[in-house]
Design a binder for this molecule. Structure first.
Ligand SMILES: *[C@@H]1O[C@H](CO)[C@@H](O)[C@H](O)[C@H]1NC(C)=O
Ligand SMILES: *[C@@H]1O[C@H](CO)[C@@H](O)[C@H](O)[C@H]1NC(C)=O
Ligand SMILES: *[C@@H]1O[C@H](CO)[C@@H](O)[C@H](O)[C@H]1NC(C)=O
Ligand SMILES: *[C@@H]1O[C@H](CO)[C@@H](O)[C@H](O)[C@H]1NC(C)=O
Length: 387
């Protein structure tokens, strides 16, 4: 009887080794050091006419527990396993790295049916102490490169770098080396400024470092002076200088070539004089990048005559002028008519000064008055000979 049973056990053990997951649900299980794992079989305890008669659990070639109505447990497993007799499932606790390996089970039910299964258990040290060390977090745009190195405890770590909330991807400027644990950013730009973190993952846990803030100094660029190009004398002048710069730029003002103000983004002159006109220069300086940049702004100081009346008034004056001119013209006409003494100038008369003759001939009015002739004489500077 005993011999027969042992033969059965041996037979089941060997057939179990030859099958895949078989009666077990998982063919691979991951668990952390210090944790626990449940090897679950596919047998359902609900079937009342089927009961488990024999269960044998092995770790590699080492027997863990054999149940044949009562349990035989191998020393070292007594206080850290539970065998669930209804299904043949086994719980293993207080896991250590040494528990990594292949597990197999053989089960004989009341019907005499035998089933086997095997699975692999991998034990990992959980990830902890994720930390970044960095060369220097204070950087200058286009000049600095920065090196970040990530370290952690735990087995089989895989490294990921986070730039804000998105993952860093490698490029010609961004290198990820040493299995991902080192990040180098060459020739940083202002857009690299921000929070970087390292995230380490293994199959049983994950961990994220404290953030490291990379600060990138840049500029000054796009220096600009805003303010009027023209100002009335005695009015208040305000010019403002701005630039793209981190840290903020300091500003120095020049009028033509003379320094007029330093350390201020705003230049103000309460009462503008004519001598305040000219070429204003603002120099922006970034003390960290050591760079400077300038902008120039021309200003004219002018006198603007205050308008004496509004447009309605101007219209009134215009109409009045027209009326006056009209009256004068008609008055003159009547005066002329009265004093008019017609004289006969025959065409082809012998006058000197052909230019004048032409001028007279071209006149629409054929009647030439003495006044006209006086005028013509004066213009020509010579007497006109009349017949
Ligand atoms: C031994 O078998 C019984 C069922 O008879 C079970 O309840 C018990 O948990 C087992 N003991 C161990 C140490 O697995
Ligand atoms: C960084 O900038 C320097 C100088 O501008 C250039 O020679 C070098 O190729 C750049 N490096 C990378 C990786 O872009
Ligand atoms: C970080 O993200 C910004 C966009 O948010 C991007 O412009 C920059 O190139 C990124 N830097 C690195 C090193 O990934
Ligand atoms: C990281 O670990 C937490 C628990 O520590 C878990 O809830 C989360 O799903 C894990 N994330 C990944 C991607 O493994």
């Amino acid at each position: 009887m005993n011999l027969l049973f042992l033969l059965c056990v041996l037979c089941l053990t060997f057939t179990g080794l030859c099958e895949g997951a078989g009666v077990l649900v998982d063919d691979l299980l991951n668990a952390p050091v210090g944790g626990k794992v449940l090897f679950t079989t596919k047998l359902t305890p609900q079937e009342p006419h089927v009961t488990v008669q024999i269960v044998i659990w092995n770790f590699g070639t080492l027997n863990i527990i054999t149940f044949t109505g009562s349990n035989i447990t191998t020393p070292g497993y007594e206080d850290r396993i539970t065998l669930f007799i209804s299904s043949g499932s086994l719980e293993l606790r207080k896991l250590s790295l040494d528990d990594s390996g292949d597990y197999s089970v053989s089960i004989i039910s009341s019907g005499g049916e035998s089933q086997t299964g095997s699975t692999t258990l991998r034990i990992y040290e959980p990830i902890s102490n994720v930390m970044i060390t960095t060369s220097s977090p204070d950087l200058v745009e286009f000049i600095s490169s920065v090196h970040l190195s990530c370290s952690s405890s735990g087995s089989s770590p895989s490294f990921h770098w986070l730039n804000g909330s998105s993952e860093v991807t490698a490029s010609d400027r961004v290198q990820i080396t040493d299995g991902g644990s080192n990040l180098t950013i060459f020739n940083v730009t202002r857009y690299d400024q921000g929070t970087f973190r390292c995230r380490v993952v293994n199959p049983v846990s994950n961990g994220t470092s404290d953030p490291v803030f990379l600060s990138v100094s840049y500029g000054p660029g796009r220096v600009q002076i805003t303010g009027p190009r023209e100002i009335d004398v005695k009015h208040t002048l305000t010019l403002t200088c701005s630039a793209e710069s981190t840290p903020s730029a300091s500003y120095t003002w020049f009028l033509n070539t003379t320094e007029i103000l330093s350390d201020s983004a705003v230049f103000t002159k309460e009462v503008t004089e004519f001598s305040d006109g000219g070429s204003y220069t603002c120099t922006a300086t970034n003390n960290v990048t050591g760079r400077r940049s300038t902008a120039v702004h021309a200003l004219s100081v002018i006198v603007k005559q205050p308008p004496s009346c509004n447009s309605g008034c101007i219209a009134g004056i215009t109409i009045a002028c027209c009326v006056v001119v009209g009256l004068c013209a008609s008055g003159l006409y009547f005066v002329c008519r009265r004093r008019k003494q017609p004289i006969n100038l025959s065409h082809g008369d012998t006058r000197t000064g052909g230019g004048i003759q032409n001028s007279v001939a071209s006149s629409s009015n054929q009647d030439v008055t003495y006044e006209n002739i006086d005028f013509l004489q004066k213009q020509d500077g010579k007497p006109v000979q009349l017949e």
